[in-house]
Design a protein around this ligand. Structure first.
Ligand SMILES: Nc1ncnc2c1ncn2[C@@H]1O[C@H](COP(=O)(O)OP(=O)(O)O)[C@@H](O)[C@H]1O
Ligand code: SF4
Ligand SMILES: [Mg+2]
Length: 344
């Protein structure tokens, strides 16, 4: 159950990846994201592949060092830095000198903030046994007393994620994809985290076992009081499990609202197109609903459109949209969106 307390707050977070030999900021993967997550809440994050979801998740954990913005975790500012990039009227960017960002030693936060990866087979070291993989997480944070306690804890974690405790000596390739993801989850839970970025944890799994893994993550959340940032590329996965949902397009959040509200009453044109693509079981509703298909590809984050980043594909774009970026603002209580159409 989500509490009122805010566990994580992100303000105007940016992450640019410099590109060798190219002048300018490079790949503008995350462009000024602001959000908060309440303790015990699941915030779903959706958007097309390449829109910056993974980069946002990793930048929040400071697995990527942010370019600028602010991250506050449980009352402590873990990063704060000014944006060195200045934009002139036509979108041209120049770099200026800014004070060195303020940040904290992340080791204690590495324990509290964990990640579950999209591809379990790529995120587990093939040369280590499952017991060693889970044990390594315990060792880094010195979380056990004796060898026997350590072994007990590894068995306990395997049991928690529904794996056979006798299998600690097996290697990742001896497990199915779903079982490998359970190992990844056990590794994340080993250090008793508070907050977990679940980065498309079921996308690489067989459809038949996806719901098992999602149910397990939900049970773990309830049992351990966890807070999730749950990333998915389509709404059908996150709409049932999220308290609130944020929609990303080309590095920025375009809309954020309670899950029910976002599904029933989307405000942003991009969210409407995403929702029109979600299959509905009721054939009557399905027939009535118009499927909106976007023209063109998602533009490159190395050279994003000026103004509203969605204007090159938006059916409602006006001259203003190509000139000025709409602010991400609270249009209705608890419902944020960035679109000039909503500013009347
Ligand atoms: N380490 C990196 N170096 C350079 N570009 C990156 C890096 N990681 C991601 N990107 C780029 O940033 C953009 C966002 O990627 P990503 O966050 O992986 O999107 P998503 O998770 O939504 O699919 C993409 O254009 C991707 O190519
Ligand atoms: S600001 Fe303009 S281009 Fe952007 S979503 Fe709204 S109407 Fe479309
Ligand atoms: Mg990703």
């Amino acid at each position: 159950m989500a509490e009122d307390k805010i566990l994580l707050e992100v303000k105007d977070l940016k992450k640019y990846f410099p590109v060798k030999g190219v002048k300018g900021p490079g790949v503008q993967a995350v462009e000024g994201v602001s959000l908060f997550i309440r303790k015990g809440e699941t915030l779903g994050l959706v958007g097309e592949s390449g829109c910056g979801k993974t980069t946002l998740g990793r930048t929040i954990l400071r697995l990527h060092e942010p370019t600028s913005g602010k991250i506050v975790y449980d009352g402590t500012t873990i990063f704060e830095g000014e944006d060195p990039w200045q934009r002139d009227g036509d979108g041209h960017m120049t770099k200026r000198r800014v004070p060195k960002p303020k940040s904290v030693d992340m080791l204690p936060y590495r324990r509290k903030m964990q990640i579950i990866f999209q591809d379990p087979s790529a995120s587990l070291d093939p040369r280590m046994t499952v017991g060693e993989i889970i044990g390594e997480a315990l060792d880094i944070h010195k979380l056990y007393g004796s060898k026997a306690e350590r072994a007990d804890r590894i068995r306990e974690l395997l049991a928690m994620v529904g794996l056979n405790t006798e299998h600690a000596n097996r290697y990742p390739h001896e497990f199915s994809g779903g079982q490998q993801q359970r190992v990844g989850i056990a590794r994340a839970l080993a250090v008793k985290p508070e907050f977990i970025v679940c980065d498309e944890p079921i996308s690489a799994l067989d459809v038949s076992i996806q719901s098992q893994v999602v149910n397990m993550l939900e049970d773990m959340q309830e049992e351990l009081g966890l807070t999730y940032l749950f990333i998915a590329h389509d709404l059908s996965v996150v709409r049932h499990i999220s308290d609130r949902i944020g929609v990303m397009y080309l590095g920025s959040l375009v809309e954020l609202a309670e899950s029910y509200e976002l599904n029933r009453h989307p405000l942003h044109p991009y969210t409407k197109t995403l929702l029109s693509a979600v299959p509905v079981p009721d054939p009557e509703v399905s027939r009535r609903r118009q499927r909106i298909v976007l023209e063109g590809d998602i533009p490159s984050p190395m050279d994003p459109p000026h103004g509203c980043r969605f204007h090159t594909r938006c059916p409602y774009a006006t001259e203003l949209c190509g000139r000025e970026a709409p602010a991400f603002r609270e249009v209705e209580p608890g419902h944020w969106a960035a679109c000039h159409l909503l500013n009347k």
